[in-house]
Ligand binder design. Structure first.
Ligand code: PMP
Length: 326
C-alpha cells in the first residue's frame, strides 16, 4: 500500500514479486526512515495455515512507526496484508516438519527530498520467503561474544523498536564476533556497560536451579531492548508450567558467577527465526566461560517443544495465539 499526507493509505494490492522503482532522492535511502517486522506462517495438521500472534507484530509495527515519525499502518490493515500474501502463496507446501513461511512486512519513506524531516510519502510492503529449519542437524548451542566496544541501543534511542538503523549498527560488532569464532553478539547496556540486554536479533533467558523448582530470569524491558514476541510467549508458557519468571537486570558478572557456582544452569536466546537457541560458549574481555558444558539444557528444550507444538498445531492453542489464514 502507498501513503501520502493528503490521501492517507491507499492502493493496497497483491502483486507479483518485482523490483521497486525508487527515486535517487528517496528519503529512506538517506535517513533510514525504515521499519520492519518478522513473523511466520505454519502449516497446521488440518491443512490450514496459521500465523502466530500477528496482532503483536502489528502493534509493535505501530510503535516502530511512531518512534520514526511515520504514519502507522492500522493493525487490521497489517494483518489483512499478511493474510492476503499467505493466502496467495497457498501453493507453498512445507517439505518438512520444520518448514515455515517467513513473512517480512516493512515500511519505508519514499518521498524524494534532501532535507532532514519526516517524509510525506510511504510504502508498506510484505514479502514472503520459505524458511527451513534453523538447525538442520539438530539443536546445538550457539557461541556468543560480549561486545564491550559497541552498544546496540542507548536510552532514548530506538532500541525498543524494529527500525533498519539498529541492524546497520549491529553489522560491525557481528563481524567482530565472527572473526573471534562466535555466532552472535551479546550487547550490554549503554550507560554502565554492565547489564546484559540481548543478542543482535534474539532476547535472552537464564535458568536458575533445575527440575520443577527451576526459575527463569530475563532482562527487563528497560526501553533499550526489543520486546520480543517469543520472549513474551515463553514467559507465559514457563509460568503455565509452574516456573517462576522474573524480569529484572542481570549483569555479566552475575551470569559468569552463576555459571561458575552452578546457580545458572542454562542460558538460551529466543526469537521468531530460531525459536529457542541454547547458549554455550561465552567470550568476553573479562574472561571466557561455558554454560552447562555447552549442552542444551532440559528446560530450554522443554520450552522449545512447548512453543513449537503450539505453532505447528500439535497441541491445543489455549492462549489463542494462532491466527488461521486459510
Ligand atoms: N531482539 C531483536 C533485536 C530482534 O531483532 C528480534 C527479532 N525480531 C528479537 C529480539 C526477537 O523478537 P521476536 O521474538 O518478536 O522475533
Amino acid at each position: 500500500a502507498r501513503y501520502d499526507a493528503g490521501r492517507g493509505w491507499y492502493d493496497a494490492r497483491l502483486t507479483q514479486y518485482a523490483p521497486l522503482q525508487l527515486d535517487p532522492g528517496t528519503a529512506a535511502l538517506h535517513y533510514a526512515q525504515s521499519i520492519f517486522e518478522g513473523l511466520k506462517a505454519y502449516a497446521q495438521p488440518d491443512g490450514s495455515v496459521a500465523t502466530f500472534r500477528p496482532e503483536a507484530n502489528a502493534a509493535r509495527f505501530v510503535r516502530s512507526a511512531q518512534r520514526l515519525a511515520m504514519p502507522p499502518v492500522p493493525q487490521e490493515a497489517f494483518i489483512a496484508a499478511v493474510d492476503a500474501l499467505v493466502d496467495a502463496d497457498r501453493d507453498w507446501v512445507p517439505t518438512g516438519p520444520d518448514q515455515t513461511l517467513y513473512l517480512r512486512p516493512y515500511q519505508l519513506a519514499v518521498e524524494s527530498f534532501l532535507g532532514v524531516r519526516p517524509a510525506h510519502e510511504y510504502l508498506f510492503l510484505v514479502i514472503a520467503s520459505p524458511a527451513g529449519a534453523y538447525f538442520p542437524r539438530g539443536v546445538h548451542p550457539v557461541s556468543v561474544y560480549v561486545s564491550e566496544d559497541y552498544v546496540r541501543a542507548a536510552p532514548g534511542g530506538t532500541g525498543d523498536v524494529k527500525c533498519a538503523g539498529n541492524y546497520a549498527a549491529s553489522l560491525l560488532p557481528q563481524q567482530q564476533a565472527s572473526a573471534l569464532g562466535c555466532d552472535q553478539v551479546v550487547y550490554l547496556d549503554a550507560v554502565e556497560k554492565k547489564y546484559i540486554e540481548e543478542l543482535g536479533g534474539m532476547n535472552l533467558f537464564f535458568v536458575l536451579g533445575s527440575g520443577e523448582a527451576a526459575e527463569l530470569v530475563t532482562p527487563e524491558l528497560s526501553g533499550t531492548l526489543l520486546p520480543g514476541i517469543t520472549r513474551d510467549s515463553l514467559i507465559t508458557l514457563a509460568r503455565d508450567m509452574g516456573h517462576r519468571v522474573t524480569e529484572r537486570k542481570v549483569s555479566l558478572e552475575e551470569w559468569r558467577r552463576g555459571v561458575a557456582d552452578g546457580t545458572v544452569t542454562e542460558t538460551f536466546a529466543c526469537g521468531t527465526a530460531a525459536v529457542i537457541t541454547p547458549v554455550g560458549e561465552v567470550k568476553a574481555r573479562t574472561g571466557d566461560f561455558t554454560v552447562a558444558d555447552g549442552n542444551p539444557g532440559p528446560l530450554t528444550m522443554r520450552l522449545r517443544e512447548a512453543l513449537l507444538d503450539i505453532q505447528h498445531g500439535r497441541v491445543a492453542d489455549t492462549h489463542g495465539w494462532l491466527h488461521r489464514v486459510s
